[in-house]
Design a protein around this ligand. Sequence first.
Ligand code: ADP
Length: 730
Amino acid sequence: MIRSLAVLTSGGDAPGMNAAVRAVVRRALDCGVPVHGVFNGYEGLVAGGDSIRLLGWQDVGGILPRGGTFLGTARSERFRLPEGRRAAVANLVERGIGALVVIGGDGSLMGAHVLASEWPEHLASLGLEEAPEALQVIGLPGSIDNDLFGTDMSIGADTALNHIVQAIDDLSSTAASHQRTFVLETMGRHCGYLALMGSLAGGASWVLVPEEELELRWHQKMVRSLRKSREIGRPHQMVVVAEGARHPDGLPIRAEEIRRILCEQLAIDVRITVLGHVQRGGSPTAFDRILATRLGVAAVDLLVKEPPGKLRHMLGLQKNRVTATPLAEVVEQSRRVAQEIENGSYGKAQELRGESFTRGLELVKTLSRIEPAEKSQGEGGVGILTGGADAPGMNTAVSVAARCLLNQGIAVYGVLESFPGLIHGRLRELGWNELTGWLNRPSSELGTLRHDVREEDLAKIAENISRHGLKGLIVIGGLGSYLNVARMVENRRRFPELDIPIVVLPATIDNNLPCTEFTIGADTALNNVIQVLDKIRHTAGATRRAFVVEVMGRRSGFLALLGALASGAEKAYLPELGIRLRDLSRDVDMLQESFRSGKRMVIFLRNEEASRHYTTDFIRRLLEEESRDEFEVRTAILGHLQRGGAPSAFDRILASRMGAFAAFSLADAMEQKYTGVRVLGLQGRGIGAFDLHEALAEMDEGLTRPKNPWFLELLPVAEALAKHGPGATV
Ligand code: ADP
């Protein structure tokens, strides 16, 4: 086992780096391995002295919500030279450090690779034959650009994307008020990920990314499209350009150029917003905190497990699993995209980015079409309804699904107020223009309502399907909606009108549905939860306080567990595990110990259905009784604020991808006269379609949650990090 390790952050800073450092430090201490923090990246490693310091459990307390990196980061010219790296080796050996965790972009990972490769020769020239033969190196992807091979997402990208989406929302409202057009420049020198996904989630009219080969007269096409868009009364236009976008001849496209073209050709008021460093800043999102924490813990676990000298890898998250890729491969493949763009091989560059990038680009183009296709399918169309409790992102799914259908000449009817709307015939035809404004709206514009379809409803539903000529149905909702659809399908023999293709999209903040790792709405709810928890943590003042916070989720512990992981809460009570008396007794001991060791605030998260009798109020009273006036106890029931607000970038992208998938597969089914019922799910990176009954068979007996929810594997991670270490603060 390694005797000691060091951790550093390098290159451009990224939100979530702190979470990664915290995870590395605490997991290492938990495993009995001392950890050194290297301040200011490789510069600190070269400088040595006070720049390399042992870190304790407490040193990484309170840093989860903070942007940037508390270790500091730098670009080091000295480290680029062999002499600088030799000094770094000497500094590591002097402290008995045999392993290094580097969090940064491709440059930083390259640096780590070079250092590990040169280790033996530096040892020889320093006369340090006693030192470990090899340096173990683990890289973690820290880059807001999301431009690294070997991971689906890099630490910081989700936060940056949310900043962009927020900026597009804000600019859209002012643009609409002034009939103004905006050009928004995002970061991404060689990578269009932020611009592309920002455009998809924000509803841009035109997007320019480095990976796409533009036509010679691309600007004429853009001008035509924006002119048409104004003519038909779209309230605003937005062009999103990645800083690395290029003309067909390879020269950079500047935002100012686009502004000038639009001003001259359209005689309109065009403003530029360059987002710049705002994208890097601010508190990390739940996704980034969890990603960073998972990777940080996995890095230490690997270092502890592997025999010395074996590791020179980057850990990433691929298909929602932690994977290790050799650093050399990560650096080479990541740089290949930039190289291909430089050589003008755009097709290859896009191929390297993966299928979802190309699909995303196609989808943005489909959605920025000015006019839907002429209706070609005769009378009737597709119905869309949002069922059960509302979830952020439902509107995005409706907007995208409906526009993809309209684009194929298929009319779309919005069913108002869920299944009761279908029963009572409250349907209205949806138009393209109104749908473009729905992308970012909270809740559901169509309305939601909980209702279990009953025997007497079936004939009325059949009648309305027939009256409106519905040839297909898209249902967006939670488990109640799944069951309602199942009921309709079971009765198809008696009511042949129900024999139409149906696609069901998982949408609930509870994340408790089968065949999908994430449901639409869960990410927004999780972010809502951690934002409140961050605030609660700052309310202790001079007193010691324990908070029992109740979160939603019904019989699924997703929000409670991931909320605890992302906020650093000390405990999560989950319905999957229930609450036992002996746990409570242990938790009371833990609480007292925490306060004794200097903590000022302890947060227990309790899922609303974690236990029938050990309620939130029961736990409050229990803790109060046991506090012996040493600390105060408060409760907070987060309630509906969890489902409020505009959907997060992740939810909008998930809803857009699922909406498009639903529309295309439904159109296909209608053409093939196939009347199956499919349930959509996100597994790994891909959206898949599953049989409804097979999906329901994946639920546990009481139909309360999937049998083996993937997120329970994060339980040990949450527990290890929340432990109160010696004299801990979170
Ligand atoms: P990022 O990690 O965000 O891509 P940089 O490319 O600036 O940022 O790299 C960060 C640091 O990593 C550099 O300042 C340098 O110290 C080190 N580094 C980058 N490339 C190399 C290399 N080829 N050899 C040694 N060190 C390197």
